[in-house]
Design a protein around this ligand. Structure first.
Ligand SMILES: NC(=O)c1ccc[n+]([C@@H]2O[C@H](COP(=O)([O-])OP(=O)(O)OC[C@H]3O[C@@H](n4cnc5c(N)ncnc54)[C@H](O)[C@@H]3O)[C@@H](O)[C@H]2O)c1
Length: 375
């Protein structure tokens, strides 16, 4: 349950900036989970939140300013829309919504109610990832970006995060591309801007997963991809070769490397065209030294470096100041849409342009999900 990590982040913010917020209520279909979460929150703030098993009752009875939605993907849009329609601000977990249509409905509710909708996406907010953005876009250490490789291959038969719903398309909206790579895609949008076109193939080689991988017990059927191969073309012309698979037996493969006109960059450092090497630790120091005090406060408010705490702080701060959160609903929707484009490209057997995925022209993959949830 990600909400356990959320509570740790709330605790960190509460200690760092006392009085910024109070958690008044917690809702989970499972009353014991709601009680556990409330007890943890009650251990750092003055009162224990009231608990509910029906979020609609919570929205009716409590006087709230904002809610955080951290439910499975099929249950992101309705609680978010209901809260926005009650005049509340919302922070939602990634991926923004289960389908394009669900995401568009959420964005309509934001517009109608003029509230803030942010995404609790952490990945771009780490020191390491801010450094990569700085190295490419501000220090220009690889020159003009040309292409990059993102290749992850390994073998796993476990149920992802122990949650069977992640392996059921109608509940999850897709496999790891939609669930996990959406983090990376949000980071890519920060560094390289928008994607224009996607060509992809997905496969599901292993259709049975196990909750107990020690004893190969508690099998769970899976109808989402365990393998995705894609070529992303960015609006800038940048090309990306993107591969993710959990069906690669034998030797694992992990490469993330960005190439430009003047050199390459990966998690270990920068290698220039002329052979000069700068390790990542040095780059991180240079990044921290080069940013202004205002930027430092924006990226790492009150000295916090926990990406999840920074995400929630940014949401609270947006409510206070009225400024757009760093990852708004539109941003999170754009990242989710790139994941949908992977599925839609596979479903229609051709490259798809982002505008045709967002308009619903290509929706063969998502159609049954929209039908299931009446979206
Ligand atoms: N930011 C991250 O790194 C990260 C990590 C893990 C999960 N997540 C995201 O967090 C969300 C939840 O994932 P999880 O792993 O915690 O799932 P989970 O299944 O462990 O927990 C979801 C909880 O939501 C409850 N729930 C379901 N429908 C509900 C409803 N209508 N009202 C109230 N409660 C409801 C369930 O009872 C359960 O306790 C997903 O969007 C997931 O992608 C993000």
């Amino acid at each position: 349950m990600i909400v356990g990590h959320h509570v740790t982040s709330y605790g960190e913010i509460y200690e760092t900036v006392p009085g910024l917020f109070e958690v008044a209520a917690a809702s989970d279909l499972d009353s014991e989970r709601a009680e556990n979460i409330a007890a943890k929150i009650g251990s750092f703030q003055s009162s224990k939140p009231v608990t509910y098993t029906d979020y609609k009752e919570m929205l009716e009875k409590e006087e709230l300013d904002a809610v955080s939605v951290a439910t499975p993907h099929f249950a992101h849009h309705q609680p978010s829309i209901d809260a926005l329609n009650k005049g509340l601000n919302v922070v939602v977990e990634k991926p923004f919504a289960i389908t394009i249509k669900a995401g568009l409905k959420m964005l309509q509710a934001v517009k109608k109610n003029n509230r803030i909708l942010a995404c609790a996406e952490p990945m771009r907010r780490s020191v390491g990832n801010r450094t990569i953005d700085w190295a490419i876009n501000r220090a220009g250490l690889i020159g003009e970006p040309r292409f990059f490789f993102y290749q992850h291959a390994r073998f796993s038969l476990g149920v992802v995060v122990g949650t069977p719903w992640r392996h059921q398309k109608l509940m999850s909206g897709g496999g790891w591309v939609h669930d996990g790579e959406v983090h990376y895609i949000d980071f890519l949008r920060m560094v390289f801007g928008d994607v224009a076109e996607v060509y992809a193939k997905i496969r599901n080689f292993e259709t049975t997963r196990y909750l107990d991988t020690q004893n190969w017990k508690n099998p769970v059927p899976s109808d989402v991809e365990d393998t995705a191969f894609a070529i992303l073309t960015f609006e800038s012309g940048l090309l990306a070769s993107f591969t993710w698979t959990h069906a690669a037996t034998g030797k694992p493969l992990d490469i993330v490397r960005y190439y430009g006109s003047e050199g390459s960059l990966d998690n270990e450092g920068v290698l220039s065209k002329s052979g000069e090497y700068t390790p990542m630790s040095e780059l991180e120091n240079k990044f921290m030294e080069s940013i202004t005090a205002k930027e430092k406060e924006k990226f790492f408010p009150h000295g916090m470096t926990n990406p999840s705490a920074i995400a929630f702080y940014n949401f609270f701060d947006s409510i206070r100041t009225g400024e757009k959160p760093e990852i708004s609903g539109e941003d999170a929707f754009a990242a989710q849409a790139i994941c949908e484009a992977v599925y839609e490209s596979d479903a229609c057997g051709q490259a798809v342009r982002m505008e045709d995925v967002i308009s619903g022209r290509f929706n063969a993959f998502q159609r049954e999900i929209d039908e299931r949830w009446n979206i």
